[in-house]
Design a protein around this ligand. Sequence first.
Ligand code: GLA
Length: 543
Amino acid sequence: MRSRDAHGSLAKLTAEVLCFGFASAAILAAQPAPQPASIPPPPMGWSSWNSFSNTVDAHNVMEQARAMAANGMKKAGYVYVNIDEGWWTGTRDAQGNIVVDPNQWPALAPGERPGDMSNIVRFIHKLGLKAGIYTDAGAAGCSMYPDLGPKYFHAGSEGHYHQDFLQFARWGFDYVKVDWCGGDNEHLDPAVQYAQVARAIARAGALTAHPLYFSICEWGKNSPWTWAPNVGGSPANIWRTSGDIVPPIVAGHEHADRKASFTKMLANFDQGIHPQAQHTGYYNDPDMMVLGMPGLTEEQNRLHMALWAISGAPLIAGADLTKLTQAQLSDFTNPSLVAIDQDPAGLQAVKVSEPTPGVQVWSKPLAETGKRAVLLLNRTPSAASVSVKWTDLGLTGTAPTIHDAWSGESLQASGDAYSTTLPAGDGVLLLIAGKDLPAATYKPSEAAGEVLRTHPVRFADVRARPGLARIQIVYRNPGPKPRFATLQVNGEVVTTVAFPPTRTNPASYVWIQANLNPGDSGNTLDFSTDCDPGPVIQSIAVQ
Ligand code: GLA
């Protein structure tokens, strides 16, 4: 049995080498090995919205920040304490500056002035954490809290972008979420509006030397994954891909009764999968987590964490952190789950098989060679057996090692697959370490084409296997800041890729995933840029 498998693998491997070739790899071998680029991982933290909505104030934010600093979450990497809508009511002074309620945001230390948001920022920073704030790209915010107070109609930043983002940076905030209720009501174009927001954020960062992490909240209505990467030249951002998991408060329901829905959480996971847009520090955002909120069982909480980790989603908790059980805390802080989420390749899982409806295999390629995080998921109402084959994961037939990601327990393969039976509505997350199928390396079609500025760098006749191709891009950027290039595949714009500084390395590489035509019909990949100078793209390796 074993030798037949080995023989089969060898034959397959030989075929792969013939199809994909190693010619250019030999040329590259003489050069120093390129190093992985350092890209921002998905943000980790907490947001006030799910648990406090517009009752947010200094008191509950301080309590949550203290909890995060002390309960092991900070140690596990959670850092942002984000204040969502409800922190101001739309009042401005004669110069258009935001005015906040001094009772909601009092002085917190001697010498501080009530009604100054830098008080709460200072408190959060003293705990070694970072602070986030919220606004809307339109004139109004969402104001969705009819039970808990009057509706406020001017709590957005339209007409005040430069002023507000500069104010946020001056207050010391590190992160800003920009919602779309106002923009949507006014029928504005989100790509245009968020580009202006991004430029205002970049300007505020430059003026204060205090960059703001940029979170777009447009719920996926206008396909933000097609325009949000590098919108307005912003170096890092995330974008929501769906509506809220927890619905807004409705008449008769206090915020404490807000219930998380397992079905909606799964739907948000599905809507968040856009692997071609998720790379080089840009992330799809399936919403704040509901882990630890009323409504989910312990198993569902664990599955929720696994789904967000395999998505490489922002891990922004929405539960009241002072009320988490030990089991919920362990879910949030499980080191291998957090590491899967934060993996430095920055890629997203793709569904590699669904042998029967609702029985699914998801695979996230990790930065380490031959490593995958694999989720076996049973979404059906009855127990189901599920298998993953190495070949579905882009690995050779060589038996990999398999571990349960939650427990670290080592698991046994049978033949060319791992199989197990899953209860209804449950999943298992695996760490699989095998051998990658060989990659084919391509150089730009013309030698001079390496330098992007005036004409695109073209990689022609690029061959691919079926499924989403994983592509390593080797480049140089000797500048101090990321440079950007737009990728077109077979003439269609796919995404904008960020190329961080290569610093002292002769070359670096980043990873993307792209949909190429499989088989013999070669693909054309063009990189172009408006940056002057742009990145120098040296080669791509396609797996
Ligand atoms: C929208 C967003 C939520 C939250 C609320 C605030 O619904 O999607 O995440 O920010 O607005 O009103």
